[in-house]
Design a protein around this ligand. Structure first.
Ligand code: AMP
Ligand code: MG
Length: 373
């Protein structure tokens, strides 16, 4: 039977205390963080965490991140905190950095997908930390969406996927960063990035000498060290293509693709006649200002209806990170059949963004650069 999903919007001390008690008692509560909305459950309660997997349809070997309000709350969850791990916490917590550490016996295997390590993070979001403090237990929280779909960055998006499946949502407005945390494994004065995120390799290099990326991030045939990285993620309903390169050439490549899609659709409809089951075309654009300028005139006469998001200029990585999931979800709502997006160079935050865009588009990336002859 569907649950009643209560939405908390005041988030005053009384509501925070109530949300904390709900979590402690084993209920599912969606919580805001600076990255995306999390689907929270008591991280010491196996049954509560099983309900996360059920509500999301999440593969059971995909471990959870335990969220804590401060560094001190990590101690009971792990065998030890190495000097490097401590340095990372000092430098980047609260913030979008998840650290993998050897787990203690207090942490149930349900939280770790059976692994003997545990992922911990302290979010940079005041409401979130207040709820974690009130809960008094670590809170396991993957993104609050159905597995495989774009992650929610607003409480509305959480409600869309999770209404009737969870007890409560804490609505603190849109999330700031928009892409998930960086996940690292620690060595001695060294880290390996298992998932790129808001804390970049350059930022990590300011604290530890050696920063490397898990090989699996650039070699699709290598098994990733973070189990979740092997699954399909962030996929919108429409066919998505990500374009990188020179703005004018990107716009030309997009126009060529739109022409081909329209032609193919017309042929399908004329073959099938009135009984055609071909879905009506609708385009979605998630693009930078530079490309938008080149597309302007073409779009003015486009016979296909479309949705349009300009996230900022080509160098606005933060704007893209912030708009990515919310735009993909808006395109789903509008029944967009084809998505045309501009990407960014794979450096700094661009690595995290392109990692998500690669997955969202099924690695459908067009490199629009001048041809060499
Ligand atoms: P999310 O689904 O965004 O909450 O991220 C959780 C991800 O963290 C999982 O999908 C894993 O890939 C990764 N993760 C969690 N725990 C571990 C662990 N003990 N070792 C390696 N990766 C982990
Ligand atoms: Mg997720």
């Amino acid at each position: 039977m569907a649950l009643e999903t209560k939405i908390y919007k005041n988030l005053d001390p009384k509501e925070i205390a109530e949300l904390g008690s709900r979590l402690r008692a084993g209920e599912l509560v969606a919580i805001p963080t600076e990255t995306v909305y999390g689907l929270g459950a008591n991280g010491l309660d196996e049954e509560a965490m099983s309900r996360i997997y059920e509500a999301k349809g999440r593969p059971s070997d995909n471990p959870l991140i335990l969220h804590v309000p401060d560094q001190a709350s990590v101690t009971p969850l792990v065998k030890e905190i190495s000097p490097t791990a401590k340095q990372l916490m000092d430098a980047f917590w609260p913030g979008p950095l998840t650290i993998i550490l050897p787990k203690s016996d207090n942490v149930p295997l349900r939280a770790t997908g059976g692994l003997d390590s545990v992922a911990v993070r302290c979010p940079a979001h005041d409401v979130c930390r207040a709820i974690l403090q009130a809960a008094g237990v670590p809170v396991a929280a993957p993104s609050a969406n159905i597995s495989g779909r774009p992650s929610p960055t607003t409480a509305d998006a959480v409600y869309h996927d999770m209404a009737g499946r969870i007890e409560a949502i804490a609505d603190a407005g849109p999330c700031e960063v928009g892409v998930e945390s960086t996940i690292v494994e620690c060595g001695d004065d060294a880290v390996t990035i298992l998932r790129p995120g808001g804390i970049t390799d350059a930022m990590l290099r300011q604290v530890v000498s050696t920063v490397t990326f898990d090989e699996a991030l650039s070699a699709p045939d290598v098994a990733p060290k973070a189990p979740g990285m092997k699954y399909k993620h962030y996929a919108p309903d429409g066919v998505m293509t990500t374009y990188v390169g020179v703005p004018k050439l990107i716009s030309e490549a997009m126009i060529e693709a739109m022409e081909a899609i329209q032609k193919e659709h017309e042929e399908l409809v004329s073959q099938e006649g009135k009984t055609s089951i071909a879905k009506p075309l609708r385009f979605g654009f998630l693009i930078n200002e530079e490309v938008a300028q080149f597309l302007d005139i073409y779009l003015a006469d486009l016979p296909v209806p479309f949705e349009f998001v300009i996230y900022g200029n080509a160098a606005d990585y933060r704007g893209l990170a912030h708009s990515l999931y919310s735009s993909l979800l808006a395109f789903n709502e509008a029944k967009v059949t084809h998505i045309f997006a501009t990407g960014v160079p794979r450096q700094g935050l661009g690595r995290a963004i392109m990692n998500r865009m690669d997955k969202a588009s099924g690695y459908n990336v067009v490199n629009a650069v001048p041809k060499r002859d």
